[in-house]
Structures are given as C-alpha cells and as structure tokens.
Design a protein around this ligand. Structure first.
Ligand code: LLP
Length: 435
C-alpha cells in the first residue's frame, strides 16, 4: 500500500484489508463502525523516527507530542514509554497526560486564554514548562507563583509575523494571529521585562508555532531567524540567556497518494541548521531545542472504517454513497476542505469498473461530505470503506452532532487488537443531563 496507509497495511488471501495483521472485517464485526484504528507499529516507528532525527542531530533536545492531535490514556502511555514529552493546551489534556503516566517534567502547557484553574493545575503538578502567551497570563502567574520555592520554567510564545503556506485556518505565525506576542511592536520585549521581575518564574526561552500541515520549511526558517535575533537582543539588553528554543510543530503528512511530505530527518536538518547558524551569527550558545509534532505522529498511524449504506444517483449530477459516520467524527473536510482517499476494505475490489462518486456522511447537514468526487469501484450497502490518514485532528475534534455516538478506538499490533476507547452508548448521551 502507499504512504497514506499505516506501514503494516496489506490485503489477506480473502482480499480483506488488514492493518497490524488484523483484518478490518473482523475489527468491524467485533467493534462496530465507524471505527478508528491505530497501528501501534506506525505510531511507535514515527515517534522513534522524530526522536532519533532530533536527538542525533541536536543532543539534549526533545520531541514533545502535541496531544491535541489525538489523546487518550493509552496514547499517553505510549508517549511516556517512548520518552516523548506531551504538549497540552488545556487542563483536560494535562489530566489525561498525567493519568496516562507522562512525567510532569515532560508536560508543557500552551494556550492563548489559559484559565486560572489551568495555571493552578500546571503549577500544582509542577509541569516542565508553561508557554506564556499574553500579559493577562503574566499577571496571573505573578500572583500564583509569588510564594513558590522552585520557580516554574516558562517560555514566551512569540508571534514572528511570517508568511505561512497552508490553509488560513491552520496558519498561526502570521502578524494577525490570536497566538503569541509580536516581536515587531515591542510586546514580546515587554513580556521579557515583566517575567524577569517575577521570582517564582524562570524565563528560559522562546517558542513559536507557525502553522500546520506544512510541506515547506520557509515559515519555520524565517521565524527561527527572527526569534533568535530577538533572543540575542534580549540577552544584550536584559541578560536573559536562551536556554530553550522551540519552533513548534506543523510538519505535513500525506493524505492523498502523490503527496510528498518532508521526512523527519529533512525537517530536523533544516531546523537545526537554521538554529545553529542564527546562534553562531548572534554569538549565542546552542539552546535545548524542542519540537512539537502532532499530526506527523498520530495522523499516518490512524484510519477510519465506515460501513456503506445508501446510494443515490442523481442523473447527470453525481452519485452519493453514504456511510455511517461523517462530520461528527471527521470535521476536517467541512472545516478546511481537507481531501481524503478511501478504498473498499472488505473485498478485493474489481478495478476494471470505476465510478466517480461522492462519499457523504450521515449527518443532517448538506456540507457533511467526507470525500467529494472520488474514483472508486462500485461500493454497495454493507461494504466497508477505509479512509487512511485520519489519526490526527479527526476524533480529537469529534462531536455528538445529531446525538451521534463517538466511535470506538482500537490499537492493532502483531495480529492482536486492543480496544483503547470504547464506543459511546446511549447512556453516555444523557449521563450529564439533569431532567
Ligand atoms: N504546537 C503548537 C503550539 C500548536 O498549536 C500545534 C497545533 C502543534 C504544536 C502541532 O501541530 P502539528 O504538528 O500537528 O501540525 N485542527 C487542525 C490543526 C490545528 C493545529 C493547531 N496547533 C487540522 O485538523 O488541520
């Protein structure tokens, strides 16, 4: 199978698609559909690839997985086992990370509007880093850290104001962004001055995340140059050493055959070279580097299996093939015009007949189209449709729209399947209701 599928994907003698040595037909029978499946080998292989690429090039550096891409207890356990950190953006993510056994020193907390409760939780758990985004947060930190014995380590989230080549809704490093403090207008420097005055806080460096699903390194390298120039300036003016530096995540993956994402080694080489050359130019010692891949780790390891239901042929317009999931488990096509591919998973499809169809979701919304215009062998009621590269930002952004039940998640490895999150039940739909 191509790059969009988990590394273990193949077809068995019966023509059924298998992942991790397990037939998707047997998984669908056992756990129902829609079903999210993660291939443990792909997951761990990509964690190791990022970690090896980074730490062999920059010793002492760290890969911190962005939990927003997909998080559950088993995922947190795997992250901890593989020695990765966990980047959180909420108290909920902190909770799941801690509960899954991620060491608090390996946790970091982001967010443009951290609540007091979230900062309190981070301080109480004594997490590794808080990435400070704004002045209100600095005020809150001043109050909440005043009587700490050990200062909490913080980085400042910078807004480098760079061009980013990706969908507008997943660009974050441009001047008009809700994230971070701009370097250009002096706000970032003001944050340095304020944080330096707080005895309960140790300002250790800077962070930026420029955007997501990137296939080129331009925005990162531009941001790195500006951020390190700023770090040198802050060292000269305010004696703040650059100990830790993070250019965030954003590394693109294949969604369609023919997509050509950059490899971990390539990304790391470009980032490391940009960091080293900027540090040399500004006579700064090399900092500890942290990268935060989310999609690149979770995305390729995951796939979704749906059951085909109805067909509707609109003469001269299009044919809709509907499946039993859609925007409640994968909002990305509706939100970002994201494109996916799919194959029939329960039988060897007869490739001599191909039709152009649109895969529709089942939700009461015209825009609930999972894949517009895909060429597929005819799919009929009861067929299983497998959609690859759904491991990141699909279930994580899932909802209960139309009172749908969130799908189960299964981890497959070496011919065994383990349920790591059960399918929601009707009881779950009303468990918070107060009649
Ligand atoms: N670090 C920070 C501070 C971030 O804000 C993000 C993602 C990441 C790391 C991880 O980025 P990644 O390596 O996954 O690109 N829902 C969107 C993506 C939103 C990304 C938000 N921040 C999507 O489905 O495409």
């Amino acid at each position: 199978m191509g790059e969009v599928w988990p590394v273990t994907t193949c077809r068995n003698d019966a023509g059924e698609l298998t992942v991790g040595g397990v037939s998707l037909v047997s998984l669908a029978n056992e756990f129902g559909t829609p079903l999210y499946i993660y291939d443990e080998e792909t997951l761990r292989t990509s964690m190791r690839a990022w970690k090896h690429a980074l730490t062999s090039r920059l010793p002492g550096s760290r890969v911190v997985y962005a939990g927003k891409a997909f998080l559950c207890t088993a995922m947190a356990q795997i992250i901890a086992e593989e020695g990765l950190g966990l980047d959180c953006v909420s108290d909920g993510e902190l909770f799941v990370g801690l509960n899954g056994g991620v060491a608090s020193a390996m946790l970091s907390l982001h967010g443009n509007n951290k609540g007091r409760n979230e900062i309190e939780m981070a301080l109480e758990a004594n997490i590794g880093k808080i990435i400070v985004d704004n002045f209100d947060e600095i005020e809150m930190l001043a109050e909440l850290t005043a009587d700490r014995d050990e200062p909490i380590t913080v980085l400042i989230r910078l807004n480098p104001g760079v061009d980013v080549h990706t969908h507008k809704k997943i660009s974050t490093g441009m001047a008009d962004s809700k994230f971070g403090l701009p370097i250009a207008d002096g706000q970032a420097e003001e944050a340095v001055i304020q944080l330096q005055q707080l005895p309960g806080v140790h300002l250790a460096g800077y962070h930026a995340h420029v955007g997501s699903q990137l296939f080129d390194t331009d925005a990162h390298t531009a941001a790195i140059a500006d951020m390190i120039a700023f770090a040198a300036d802050m060292r000269a003016k305010h004696s703040v050493e650059l100990e830790i530096f993070s250019p965030g995540g954003g590394f693109g993956i294949s969604y369609l055959d023919g997509d050509a994402p950059l490899t971990p080694d390539y990304w790391v080489e470009i980032l490391a070279t940009a960091i080293e050359s900027a540090c040399t130019a500004h006579e700064l010692p090399l900092p500890m580097v942290i990268i935060e891949p989310g999609r690149a780790i979770a995305g390729p390891a995951g796939l979704t299996v749906y059951t085909v239901g109805t067909r509707k042929e609109l003469e001269g317009i299009r044919t809709y093939v509907s499946v039993d999931g859609g925007m409640a488990d994968n909002i990305r096509p509706s939100l970002y015009d994201a494109r996916y591919t799919a194959v029939i998973a329960n039988r060897e499809p007869q490739e001599d007949v191909i039709e152009n169809v649109t895969i529709a979701g089942k939700y009461c919304e015209s825009g609930d189209l999972l894949i517009e215009d895909i060429s597929l062998p005819p799919a009929h009621e009861g067929d299983l449709l497998a959609v690859p590269a759904t491991g990141a930002y699909c279930l994580a952004m899932g909802s209960n729209y139309n009172m749908s039940l969130k799908p189960a998640v299964v981890l497959v490895n070496q011919s065994a399947a383990r349920l790591i999150r059960r399918r929601e039940s009707f009881a779950d739909l009303i468990r918070l209701d107060l009649p």
